[in-house]
Design a protein around this ligand. Structure first.
Ligand SMILES: [Zn+2]
Length: 334
């Protein structure tokens, strides 16, 4: 997992997974587990992209996906990534040496806090990740006609804000009606000209939609687009749709999921499956080897906040399950 998190965050995002990796390696050593393969514990840098807005750079470097152009990106103080690496005592030219040979990899396992409320809601300590959700973001603009709030009769209006409000509720309903845990969020709205007594002529909303599979996401987005067209037509507005971000869904390896399930059984743990709505280093590693993730319950579903927490006994269970999975895997290869 990763070493960094966001500013004003909690103590467990990322780093807990790194520490669990170290503990598992230590247990294997103490219990003299004979490994027929090499075991690396990796602590990735800059998963969040807080400083340079480049996410997952550590894991992408291992997957040979580090883009050298990133070295020229400046932080808010005008310091380039290249300079930041030099200041830290690193040679930026060495990034390519981090790349792993995919023919030498058996798999990548990561434990991470859930960062959401699902496991707590089913009263379970641990969950097995089925996939890391694909996500798409767009800025959707409806354009009508600004007008005087007092003199324009209701039936002669082209109110872009009312159109976006209707679309926002439609987006919420379409995601609720989707059957595989899809989520869609309108988190921003900007109405112009933005005055109390003026009908908004142009309104933009943001859309963030996520799903376990690219097909599920495409179906949801198609439905949203169709609805947006209908609303625009019925309200005599024009629709403009700008994509701003797209990340494909990444499936976790089914064999690793089964292994984690068996390890949970050995430890008398239930093993609910869930998709991850948040991105993780495993996404970047998936192109070079099978990946698996174990989630640990997040009390209150809180993360990226000082109140981020874990229950001690959940962490102990995660350690036992991951170690059992390692033992099972060694036997399987045996
Ligand atoms: Zn994280």
């Amino acid at each position: 997992s990763h070493l960094d998190t966001v500013p004003n965050a909690g103590a467990f995002d990322g780093i807990l997974g790194v520490l669990l990796g170290i503990e598992i390696a230590a247990l294997a050593h103490t219990l003299k587990l004979d490994l027929p393969f090499h075991l690396d514990v990796v602590g990735f840098c800059d998963e969040e992209g807080t400083r340079f807005a480049t996410t997952l750079i550590g894991s992408k470097a291992l997957a040979n996906e580090f883009d050298p152009q990133w070295l020229n990106i400046e932080d808010t103080n005008g310091i380039t990534m290249r300079q930041a690496m030099l200041d830290f005592g690193l040679n930026p030219a060495n990034y390519a040496k981090a790349a792993l040979n995919k023919n030498e990899l058996l798999g990548y396992w990561e434990t991470h806090i859930e960062q959401g409320p699902v496991l707590e809601s089913v009263n379970q300590a641990l969950g097995i990740v089925t996939a890391i959700a694909g996500a798409k973001r767009a800025m959707i603009t409806l354009t009508g006609q600004s007008g005087h709030a007092g003199t324009t009769p209701m039936n002669l209006r082209q109110d872009s804000l009312a159109g976006c409000a209707e679309l926002t509720l439609a987006i919420e309903q379409l995601a609720k009606d989707a059957s595989n845990g899809e989520v869609a969020t309108v988190g921003q709205i900007q109405a112009r000209p933005g005055a109390t007594n003026v009908i908004a002529g142009k309104t933009t909303i943001s859309l963030d939609a996520r799903a376990q599979s690219d097909d599920d996401l495409a179906i949801l987005l198609n439905a949203i687009h169709t609805r947006a067209d209908q609303i625009a037509t019925s309200r005599n507005l024009t629709l403009d749709w700008q994509w701003t971000h797209a990340a494909d869904a990444v499936a976790c390896d089914t064999k690793i999921q089964h292994l984690f399930t068996s390890a949970c059984k050995l430890n008398n743990q239930a093993s609910p499956s869930l998709a991850s709505g948040a991105g993780h280093d495993a996404m970047a590693i998936a192109p070079i080897c099978p990946v698996g993730m174990l989630f640990i319950r997040s009390p209150g579903g809180i993360s990226h906040h000082p109140a981020e927490a874990v229950i001690d006994s959940d962490v102990t269970k995660a350690l036992s399950v991951m170690y059992s999975a390692l033992v099972l895997y060694v036997k399987e290869l045996g």
